[in-house]
Design a protein around this ligand. Structure first.
Ligand SMILES: NC(=O)c1ccc[n+]([C@@H]2O[C@H](COP(=O)([O-])OP(=O)(O)OC[C@H]3O[C@@H](n4cnc5c(N)ncnc54)[C@H](O)[C@@H]3O)[C@@H](O)[C@H]2O)c1
Length: 303
């Protein structure tokens, strides 16, 4: 593959004042992108704000001759999303790339999780992605070009104790990615997601030194750069990314069992076979349409 360059391309990266977002911003800017560095500058739980986080990253980029501007709006409200996209237009005249990265944590076991913890996390991760992607996607559709990379998480795709709010929001981003990939396909808009593991302030206390030392944010950003590039071949995919290890996460279904005259008892008798995840008895539907075809074929057996 030829060198990955972003000359003439404009990228918005949310939550880019630190951690993974900062690393993505530096990576894209080093490769020639004009970058809108968005960050509210709050704490890990989303409280507070400061101008300095985004401004410092912009200073780092301009120091090596890159092009970047800072933005301090919150992704969590619709007006913030619109203002972020408008700031990129005002500074650079277009938007080619959006990296939905901003995030917070409010962990608690589900039985102790209150409504503010649920709302705050869903507002930043899931509604936040909608708030910025909406205006950016419309511009991309008009110009017939766009690349969107969202940040999902193993927490939502595989499950993690104490993160019902976060996991649900991150699984929601997988759904947004799948649907938008289908809708954007005819407009040359490619939409993918990553589920990273990286040493940042968010994970400082949980990874353990051995793993933490191997998973810098800088090992995640090359995947974002590939997915954000014009020559990216994939859309609707989700990649697990950590420390230079990259794999694809996908939703598969077992061959299942067709049960004529289905009853609860018959389901019980077959539940082990229904759930058999033998790789030779799996399918990976590309869309709901695909899934409907699979079901129609299975039901043709009953007639
Ligand atoms: N670090 C990991 O191992 C890991 C794993 C899975 C997913 N993620 C996801 O990666 C993304 C980046 O996280 P990180 O680990 O770099 O943590 P981080 O706390 O360093 O970065 C998150 C950034 O988002 C910003 N932010 C928070 N709320 C915002 C808002 N409303 N508007 C704009 N900016 C806002 C924060 O100020 C912060 O700079 C998050 O979405 C996170 O959930 C991280």
């Amino acid at each position: 593959m030829s060198d990955i360059r972003f000359d003439g391309r404009v990228a918005i990266i949310t939550g880019a004042g630190g951690g993974l977002g900062r690393s993505h911003a530096l990576e894209l800017a080093r490769r020639g992108a004009q970058v809108l560095v968005n960050d509210l500058g709050g704490a890990v739980d989303g409280s507070g704000s400061s101008l300095s986080a985004a401004d410092l990253v912009v200073a780092e980029i301009t120091a090596f001759g890159g092009i970047a501007v800072a933005n301090h709006d919150s992704v969590a409200i619709a007006e913030g999303g619109a203002a972020i996209v408008q700031a990129a237009i005002d500074a650079f005249g277009r938007v080619d790339i959006l990296v939905n990265n901003a995030g917070i944590l409010r962990d608690k076991a589900f039985h102790k999780m209150d409504d503010t913890m649920i709302t705050a996390v869903i507002d930043v991760h899931l509604k936040g992605a909608f708030n910025v992607t909406g205006p950016a996607y419309r511009l991309m559709r008009e110009q017939g070009y766009g690349r969107i990379v969202s940040t999902s998480s193993a927490s939502g795709l595989f499950g993690n104790f104490g993160q019902a709010n976060y996991g649900a929001a991150k699984a929601g981003l997988a759904g947004l990615t799948r649907v938008l990939a289908l809708e954007g396909a005819s407009h040359n808009i490619k939409v993918n997601a990553i589920a990273p593991i990286a040493r940042t302030r968010m994970t400082e206390d949980i990874l353990g030194e051995d793993l933490a030392s191997k998973v810098s944010p800088e090992t995640v950003s090359p995947v974002v750069a590939y997915l954000a590039h014009e020559e990216c071949l994939v859309s609707g995919h989700i990649y697990s990314v950590a420390g230079g290890h990259v794999s694809r996460i996908f939703v598969a279904e077992t061959d299942g069992v067709t049960i004529p005259g289905i009853t609860a008892e018959k389901v019980g008798a077959k539940i082990t076979l229904i759930g058999d995840i033998d790789p030779d008895r799996q399918k990976v539907p590309a869309s709901l349409e695909d899934e409907t075809t699979i079901i129609a074929k299975a039901l043709a057996e009953i007639a």
